[in-house]
Design a binder for this molecule. Structure first.
Ligand code: UDP
Ligand code: MG
Length: 319
């Protein structure tokens, strides 16, 4: 019997269809691991359905359950952070509520941790129930990030992972508002180990992601971990300026040789429009970064807690 505590953090937004079933499966797995104490921190991220009510019901029935209720919907990344802030385990597992991440993998993650890993992340072998387009875009994103970002993200890896105390404290010290968790998990470093598994399709309910949200998440990833687009604007500017200069020389020479017959109006319009487009694009890129700087400088708290009900399992040690 060790006294190690494992905290499991589960962000939940409108998950009334799955949360009970999720908890059953999780509890079955965790109660099997007799050598550990465990708690699960459910973060209700401003759900509009009965999720919160169900969570309180779960807590009444099971001493391992803690409920953190945020003041509104803050999005998954912030909900996750809130849950991590409120976990006191020696190891912390992050897992989705929709059963796409199988709780049955947790013992393996724990094994890797006991073998000396600071972070054990789950890497999916296949993706069921996801469109070819989503798979393809995800693939391009990872490749692109690996090429231009300062941080190499492990591909086919979600948030499902185990962190030890050391890694979690490091992660918790990062308080930036624009949190691209996948990037931050990789950025903190430490000894990280992959565990492969088959990802299941969502058990019930609907995904909270659409392509617009995914695009914004990708944008968050780029702007949080690379200033490459800012440099790109400079290079495109230099290239077009150089091109225009060469073209200008060519115009002068042909005019000297052939005289000016008021041709060139179309090429003039093309060049003006082209340069205008590039300028607007560059301003847009700067704007993306400027907006993020603006948000960071406000230094607002990341989230507000409506109520925090610790697990009874955890209370017994703190008293
Ligand atoms: N989630 C959340 N806040 C949100 C959106 C999602 O806490 O604003 C939670 C959701 O309840 C689930 C996890 O984040 O536990 C992953 O969400 P989802 O399954 O919709 O994402 P996907 O698996 O499609 O990437
Ligand atoms: Mg999901």
């Amino acid at each position: 019997m060790t006294n190690k505590l494992i905290s499991i953090v589960v962000p939940a937004y409108n998950e009334q269809e799955v949360i009970t079933h999720f908890h059953e499966r999780l509890a079955a797995v965790m109660n099997e691991m007799a050598n550990y104490r465990w708690e699960v921190v459910y973060v209700n991220d401003g759900s509009k359905d009965d999720t919160l009510k169900i969570l309180h019901g779960l807590r009444d029935a099971d001493e391992h359950v803690a409920v953190l209720n945020l003041s509104r919907n803050f999005g998954k990344e912030i909900a996750l952070t809130a849950g991590l802030d409120h976990s006191s385990g020696d190891a912390i597992v992050v897992i989705d509520a929709d059963l796409q991440d199988p709780p049955e993998l947790i013992p393996t993650l724990v094994e890797r941790w006991e073998e000396g890993a600071d972070v054990a992340y789950a890497k999916r072998k296949k993706r069921d129930g996801e469109s070819a387009f989503k798979k393809a875009t995800a693939h391009i994103f990872y490749r692109f990030m690996a090429k231009i970002g300062d941080v190499v993200l492990p591909e086919d890896t979600g948030d499902f992972r185990l962190l030890n105390r050391k890694a979690l404290d490091a992660l918790n010290s990062v308080r930036e508002r624009h949190r691209f968790m996948k990037g931050l998990f990789a950025w903190i470093g430490f000894h990280q180990v992959a565990v492969e598994y088959d990802r299941d399709p969502r058990f019930a309910g609907v995904t909270k992601w659409n392509y617009w949200k995914l695009w914004n998440l990708a944008l968050e990833g780029f702007t949080s971990f690379t200033t490459m687009p800012l440099k790109l604007a400079t290079y495109i500017g230099v290239l077009t300026a150089f091109g225009s200069f060469v073209y200008g020389l060519y115009m002068i020479i042909t005019t000297l040789i052939n005289g000016n017959d008021v041709a060139g109006y179309p090429s003039l319009v093309v060049i003006v429009l082209f340069l205008g487009g590039i300028q607007l694009m560059s301003i847009g890129v700067i704007g993306e970064y400027l907006g993020r700087i603006f948000n960071e400088t406000k230094k607002r708290p990341l989230y507000f807690t409506n109520e925090w009900v610790p697990s009874r399992e955890n209370k017994t040690i703190s008293e």
